[in-house]
Design a protein around this ligand. Structure first.
Ligand code: C2O
Ligand code: CU
Length: 507
């Protein structure tokens, strides 16, 4: 599958010289000479260098042709990989006719918050024709990703995988592979957003907000004020079209090629699952191959085995699978409404035809948030400051908010350096909202009536289900200006976001 593509961004020393790509920096002996990033880490060098060229091109990732925006001509962008503690130096050249930026989702940027890539918050976006040099420490270890953080641009294809290798992985496996899934639409993301912002029409798509109910959602029925599109329940703002695995998918009725994950019989793989969607959660399953979950958003977990897992835009899970099935298997990803996208787990000695089309039968064991356990108990502070954040939305105009303030018309949340904060996310709306915190991990303590104070997992993105509350605990130990927002693009872009300002010194 895309693994050959994934390593192309790493520049050889010769290539760097040829392109004169080093801005104001002489080649130091520390520069990585590796050209094959996959499964290998340049442990002996202190800097990993990459170049990303941002440009538009025609492509048909799901069988339908449209203009996509992407990194180095690829969807997803090339794998960026470094070893924990290395310095990452990434030159981004903007060939688009509009400004762009790159956010390194999952990296903490200690001391370098202005490299975090959020439009207006971290730095001014890169103007058309200009270059920006991102430089920051490769930390924390784990599976992360990168994407544009200007408007809703990443929905057009500006996404890619980012892996930071731990010096010694905690689990044993033969090799690793990336599966990045993202929902995909024919219309440019900016047009989709404009459609949502248009005043409501008959059959409009103002759904799941004040009037939506969790009951209608979980029953898979649209009622109580939510409006139906076709015969699918309304669980998202934008009707499902298709989803891509590592850039390949199949829109209904096309014969577009599917992604193939090739395995040798008997080997154990570490699969790095990334949900790079703008809208949809996906339930993932590899038929006949249980998933042993070992990390969430990069942070290690006490391993446990499930048949499938549901994950939201921005979330990552590392899972081990053993290739001991009898035959090729479907890799499935389905929305809560049952729309399904597929890739193929391919045994080296099997035929080249696709597995027989069969309806999904979900295994019994699903991943539940309260089953996640951190192997290293946190040292929780005595008295965190509690901040209640109530999520909301209005239908006219289409706008989402936190405590009735829609970003950018909102007050930043101020925190003292090293202060412990307890965020109570209160979601009375009829939709789920996957929240992402920049620059930090938080502990997911869970629902208010069942807090895990013993071994809560660390994450940087967590779904707050409709009609529920979720409690997070974190230490503001990384001074800077950090974005905190729903990772559904249409929600963040219309106000469901805040800036958190952490003071540079202790009070
Ligand atoms: Cu994945 Cu604020 O971003
Ligand atoms: Cu949201």
């Amino acid at each position: 599958m895309a693994s050959e593509n994934l390593s192309r961004a790493r520049l050889s020393r010769r290539e760097l010289l040829r392109r004169g790509a080093l801005v104001g920096a002489a080649l130091s002996p520390g520069i990585s000479l590796l050209t094959a990033a996959q499964g290998n880490s340049p442990a002996d060098s202190s800097i990993a260098e990459y170049e990303l060229n941002v440009a538009a091109r025609e492509a048909r990732p799901d069988g339908r042709s449209r203009q996509i925006w992407c990194y180095n001509g690829q969807l997803p962008g090339p794998l960026i990989r470094a070893t924990l503690g290395q310095k990452l130096r990434i030159k981004v050249v903007n060939h688009l006719p509009m400004a762009t930026s790159v956010h390194w989702h999952g990296l903490h940027q200690p001391g370098t918050w202005h490299m975090d890539g959020v439009d207006k918050v971290s730095h001014e976006p890169i103007p058309p024709g200009q270059t920006f040099l991102y430089e920051f420490e490769a930390t924390p270890a784990g599976t992360h990703w990168y994407h544009s953080h200007v408007g809703v641009q990443y929905g057009n294809g500006l996404i890619g995988p980012l892996v930071i290798d731990e010096p010694t992985p905690s689990a044993r496996y033969d090799r690793d592979e990336i599966l990045l899934i993202n929902d995909w639409f024919l219309r440019p993301a900016e047009q989709i957003l404009a459609g949502l912002l248009r005043p409501m029409r008959a059959g409009g798509r103002m759904r799941g907000m004040k009037m939506g109910s969790a009951a209608s959602r979980t029953k898979g029925m649209a009622k109580g004020g939510t409006m139906k599109m076709g015969d699918k329940p309304d669980i998202a703002d934008v009707p499902f079209e298709s989803a891509l695995f590592n850039g390949l998918g199949r829109f209904h009725g096309t014969q577009a090629p599917l992604a193939n994950l090739r395995v040798r019989r008997g080997e154990t793989l570490r699969l790095r699952l990334i949900n790079g969607s703008s809208t949809y959660q996906f339930r993932m399953q590899i038929d006949g191959h249980p998933l042993t979950v070992i990390a969430a958003d990069g942070a290690p977990l006490v391993p446990f085995t499930v048949d499938n897992l549901l994950f939201s835009p921005g979330e990552r899970y590392d899972v081990l699978i053993t290739a001991d099935g009898g035959q090729d298997a479907w890799i499935r990803a389905a929305t809560l409404a049952g729309d399904e996208a597929r890739a193929i787990l391919r045994y080296a000695d099997a035929t080249q035809s696709e597995p027989a089309a069969s309806p999904v039968i979900w295994g019994k064991r699903s991943l539940a948030l309260d089953a996640l356990r951190s192997p290293t108990p946190p040292t929780l502070a005595g008295k965190p400051r509690e901040v209640v954040l109530r999520l909301g939305g209005t239908m006219q105009p289409y706008a989402w908010n936190i405590n009735d303030e829609a970003y950018p018309h909102s007050q930043p949340i101020a925190a003292a350096k090293d202060e412990w904060l307890r965020f109570v996310l209160d979601n009375p709306t009829g939709m789920d909202h996957p929240f992402h915190l920049h620059g930090h991990y938080f502990y997911v303590l869970g629902k208010p009536d069942g807090l895990n104070l013993v071994d809560p997992p660390r994450k940087d993105t967590v779904n707050v289900p409709a009609k529920s509350r979720l409690v997070l605990l974190w230490q503001a130990n990384n001074p800077g200006h950090w974005f905190f927002h729903c990772h559904i693009e249409w929600h963040a872009a219309t106000g469901m976001a805040r800036v958190i300002e952490i003071a540079p010194t202790r009070p």
